[in-house]
Design a protein around this ligand. Structure first.
Ligand SMILES: Nc1ncnc2c1ncn2[C@@H]1O[C@H](COP(=O)(O)OP(=O)(O)OP(=O)(O)O)[C@@H](O)[C@H]1O
Ligand SMILES: [Mg+2]
Length: 148
């Protein structure tokens, strides 16, 4: 599905609707250019999953693991120029027993578990972002039903 949002809050709300349909073991990729709103999307999802602390892009580490109602991992592969078995060994624990969001997933694509949803954000105007979300019909339905 394609949908536009007009504020960060709206992007967070959309992410929350998607998150409500996720369970540990599920992976969501979040792609898009710098500043497109990937971390904003993940923040909205984290809140919906009961994560209370700050949700910021991992910068000094490859990922964060938060405790909410379920564990939530947040990875950012931006700094990887290549990806091989030792890299996957570093990341694998983040995927175990957690809902896992991956920013800049492209470099690790052949190693990551199959995603339940792929989210791609495009900058359209100062506060406008277009989201393209690919997922199974049951997840897409949640997004549709939550919109007024
Ligand atoms: N509709 C919108 N949806 C999401 N973010 C928006 C929207 N409108 C404005 N913004 C702003 O755009 C910025 C998005 O930043 P964010 O850190 O989420 O992007 P990012 O894609 O994770 O960037 P990076 O590639 O640096 O990790 C924030 O400052 C946010 O407030
Ligand atoms: Mg980010």
């Amino acid at each position: 599905m394609r949908v536009s949002t007009s504020s960060p809050e709206e992007t967070e709300r959309l992410a929350a609707l998607l998150a409500a349909g996720l369970a540990p073991g599920d992976v969501v990729t979040v792609s898009g250019e710098l500043g497109a709103g990937k971390t904003t999307f993940v923040r909205g999802a984290c809140r919906a999953l009961g994560v209370r602390g700050r949700v910021t892009s991992p910068t000094f580490t490859v990922g964060h693991r938060y405790r909410g109602r379920v564990d939530v991992s947040h990875l950012d592969l931006f700094r990887y120029t290549g990806f091989a078995a030792p890299d996957w060994a570093d990341l694998e624990p983040y995927f175990e027993g957690a809902v896992c969001f991956v920013e800049w997933p492209e470099v690790g694509a052949s190693w990551l578990p199959l995603a339940r949803a792929d989210v791609s954000l495009t900058h359209r105007a100062e506060h406008v972002r277009e989201l393209e979300i690919t997922a199974e019909p049951d997840l897409i339905e949640r997004l549709g039903s939550g919109r007024a």
